[in-house]
Design a protein around this ligand. Structure first.
Ligand code: HSE
Length: 285
């Protein structure tokens, strides 16, 4: 059996809606593949009861089909589904890398990104590359049109995952259809600042660049306690805070030594609202 580990990812980073993504050092899915005459899927781990094992309905089934690579595929979920941490993307990315190697298909990592994105579309409805690109390429990625840019970096982060449900459909429905020129200028400024921060490995610039005036405020209303958690993280030393992907995960950028205290402040703020949560001190990986 061939084993591939695929990391959780966080898309958008505030100012880069549907464009920016980062791979997280943890948590991660582990996918094992073995050649077979037809594709079968077995899912274990966190939230596995919500994931269909039918290859027609599972993200990795579509990837196996696209690579003409039937296999028995075991998915050990470390990334909870519907978390905003790229759960389906992690499985799709790991399957694409593993099946490409198992069948010696010779696709480059870059060529595997659209294949994994198509697989992800099976569950999410749309083929965004902003989670699968960092899951496959690592680091910080910019998915602009057909092109993907990538840079390795190691910005410290805390991902905090509350036990609440936010549907991606709702999270996309609340995104405003229009932005003003003032909001556009602010968003471009933030996105550029964040990109420079990623390239320089500067958590201050990354945190500053997470602020966006359009998408995050609209989505924050769907996450009970978001404003309190954001304030708590900033007071504990975070350089910036935003919604992770479509939520309900919340992502904070920070210095490496501040991760534990920020994680604990975010957990306390959710707990004060009666919401259980889990925090992952991590970094871009
Ligand atoms: N960019 C996507 C969104 C990521 O925020 O809706 C979740 O699939």
């Amino acid at each position: 059996m061939l084993t591939v580990r695929a990391p959780a990812t966080s898309a958008n980073l505030g100012s880069g809606f549907d464009v920016f993504g980062v791979a997280l050092e943890r948590p991660a899915d582990v996918v094992r593949v073995a050649r077979a005459d037809r594709t079968t899927i077995e899912v274990t781990g966190t939230g596995s009861q919500y994931i269909p094992e039918d290859p027609e309905k599972n993200t990795v089934g579509a990837v196996a089909e696209a690579l003409d690579a039937p296999a028995h595929i075991e998915i050990d979920k470390g990334v909870r589904p519907a978390s905003g941490l790229g759960s389906s993307a992690a499985s799709a990315a790991a399957a694409a890398v593993a099946l490409n190697e198992l069948y010696a298909r010779g696709r480059t990592r870059e060529e595997l990104v659209p294949i994994a994105a198509e697989g992800e579309a099976v569950v999410s409805g749309t083929a965004h590359a902003d989670n699968v690109a960092p899951a496959i390429l690592g680091g910080f990625t910019v998915a602009a049109g057909e092109g993907i840019s990538q840079v390795d970096t190691a910005i410290p982060l805390v991902a905090c995952l509350p036990e609440i449900v936010v549907s991606t459909r709702d999270a996309r429905r609340v995104v405003p259809e229009r932005a003003t020129m003032e909001e556009l200028v602010e968003t471009v400024g933030a996105a550029a600042t964040l990109t420079v921060g990623m390239c320089r490995g500067d958590p201050e610039l990354v945190g500053e660049g997470m602020d966006d005036p359009v998408v995050t405020p609209a989505r924050a209303d769907l996450i009970d306690g978001y404003d309190d958690v954001r304030t708590a993280a900033l007071e504990a030393g975070a350089t910036g805070v935003t919604v992770s992907g479509a939520g309900p995960g919340v992502l904070a950028a920070c210095g490496a030594d501040d991760r534990r205290q920020i994680a604990s402040a975010m957990l306390d703020a959710f707990a004060a609202r009666g919401i259980d949560a889990r925090a992952y001190p991590t970094r871009v990986g």
